[in-house]
Design a protein around this ligand. Structure first.
Ligand code: ZN
Length: 475
């Protein structure tokens, strides 16, 4: 296996907790693609006292670190050394965890590929029971330059690496590395650099097949991680395997945040109908019960113009059958009258409904329960299914900001997503294309209803993009 850069690294710390304990020494051996090694180490001032048993173990005492640089001072140069390198350590989770935390506090986000030499040793020498550094020293005849100091221990790992490469078949080592690192295996039809530029921001990604047919649309707040997760070597999902085989081209669209990604994903799935996306529920059938003052509830379909504007709407149901079932079930639970609900004809004029004869209806059909009371009880029973009507006069802009402070404005009317504007021009273009009474959209309804409830979005009636940006800047 080929690596651009290896960094064998070891840390000394004030204790074992990566959050509350501090680094006191960093030692590393850096090996470039040509196999040239260079080493670097530094004591670190932990700004806390080192417990005496740790002082005894490492030989690093308070006096030694008192004038050493702070981690924050070392961070930029150390970060540059680790960038693009395979991070190799003994119990790598420990060292990596400590460094990630320390870097985070210095405002840097460490993201390296990690290899643990304990795991590597266990994989290569499965019959051995001990894999600590002392065991490795005696088993392989490594030369310790001084134990429990960072650079000396890092150098032992470099020796171990050289030792296995000199004594074991390369294929065995590669196989062990492949399982340990679970490198994503790139789909065979994608160019090798196809994933290089995928950003780790919120957004939507699109997979295309050989004849440029859309295969799959997905979204994530961590685009890069999500895309790579489709190709993880240990992914046994049949769907991902098939996707990987068919994938010829990859596209992505960055969004400011999660809501934009959700809206765009839903729209692209509807427009492109990718083969591997579960076919979205057909919206033709989508319906809800609308209550009226007189007469039984009326089934209202999402394709109707007024849907989403109507008050007293309860649903949503994917078909008339589902709507009937739901209402019947509620009637049973609440002793409502199926005749009054329009779900059952009368057996005979002026005779009680069938359920009444079993005392399962409170008698609205024969006037023993007042019509108003029956309606009120029905409304209460349906409360959990209330469809929030479009509460605005027309098109509104929902403002979402990215961490980099870019602003996106999602245009929505009647729970229908019209597009996202990132400038005055795109805003007006979208406004021009927007239908006057767009059809209710259930995906948008679900996405936005939740976001608005959580207070994740700010709503503005639409003046201009610039005005909106000003408003958003003042918030
Ligand atoms: Zn009845």
């Amino acid at each position: 296996m080929h690596f651009e850069k290896l960094v064998f690294i070891d840390l000394e710390t004030t204790g074992a907790n990566p959050v509350s304990d501090r680094i006191t020494e960093i030692g590393l051996v850096e090996v470039d693609a040509q196999g040239q090694a260079s080493s670097w180490s530094s004591l670190v001032n932990p700004q806390v006292s080192i417990p005496s048993f740790i002082q005894g173990l490492t030989g690093i005492n308070n006096a030694m670190v008192q004038h050493a640089p702070l981690f924050a001072e070392l961070a930029p140069a150390l970060f540059a050394r680790l960038e693009g390198a395979l991070f190799i350590a003994h119990n790598a989770r420990f060292d990596y965890g400590f460094l990630r935390n320390a870097f985070q506090q210095a405002g840097l986000s460490l993201r390296a590929e990690v290899l643990c030499t304990v795991k590597l040793s266990r994989k290569l020498f499965p019959l051995e029971s001990k894999h600590n550094l002392d065991a490795l020293i005696s088993r392989h005849g490594l030369q310790p330059g001084g134990r429990h100091r960072a650079l000396a221990d890092a150098d032992l790992l470099w020796q171990f690496w050289q030792h296995i490469h000199a004594n074991l078949p390369a294929a065995d080592i590669d196989a062990a590395l492949a399982t340990l690192m679970q490198r994503p295996s790139l789909p065979s039809h994608l160019p090798s650099n196809a994933l290089d530029d995928v950003p780790d921001t919120p957004g939507v990604y699109l997979f295309y097949g050989e004849r440029n047919e859309p295969l799959y649309v997905g979204k994530s707040v961590h685009l890069r991680q999500r895309v790579l997760s489709h190709f993880n070597a240990d992914h046994k999902l049949y769907k991902d395997m098939r996707l990987s085989q068919q994938l010829h081209r990859l596209e992505w669209r960055k969004t400011a945040g999660e809501i934009g990604a959700l809206l765009l994903e839903a729209q692209l799935i509807k427009d492109l109908q990718p083969i591997h996306n579960r076919m979205l529920r057909r919206q033709r059938q989508l319906c809800a019960w609308r209550l009226q003052d007189d007469g039984p509830p009326v089934l209202s379909f999402a394709s109707e113009e007024t849907f989403g504007h109507a008050e007293r709407l309860y649903g949503l149901f994917s078909s008339k059958r589902k709507a009937d079932e739901a209402l019947r079930e509620l009637a049973g639970q609440h002793q409502l009258c199926l005749v009054k609900l329009g779900l059952e004809g009368r057996l005979q004029a002026n005779k009680p409904c069938f359920a009444r004869q079993l005392q399962a209806c409170k008698g609205a059909c024969v006037g023993e329960e007042a019509h108003g009371l029956h309606t009120a009880r029905l409304e209460a029973a349906l409360a959990g299914l209330h469809v929030k009507t479009w509460p605005y006069a027309g098109v509104v802009g929902l403002i979402e900001k990215s961490v980099e402070e870019t602003t996106e404005i999602h245009l929505v009317n009647n729970w229908c997503y019209l597009g996202t504007a990132t400038s005055d021009e795109t805003l007006w273009a979208l406004m021009e294309q927007a239908p006057a009474r767009p059809a209710f959209d259930v995906d948008t309804y679900k996405i936005l209803h939740k976001a608005l409830q959580r207070g994740q979005l700010r709503v503005h009636p639409l003046p201009s993009f610039a005005a909106l940006q000003q408003i958003s800047a003042q918030e």
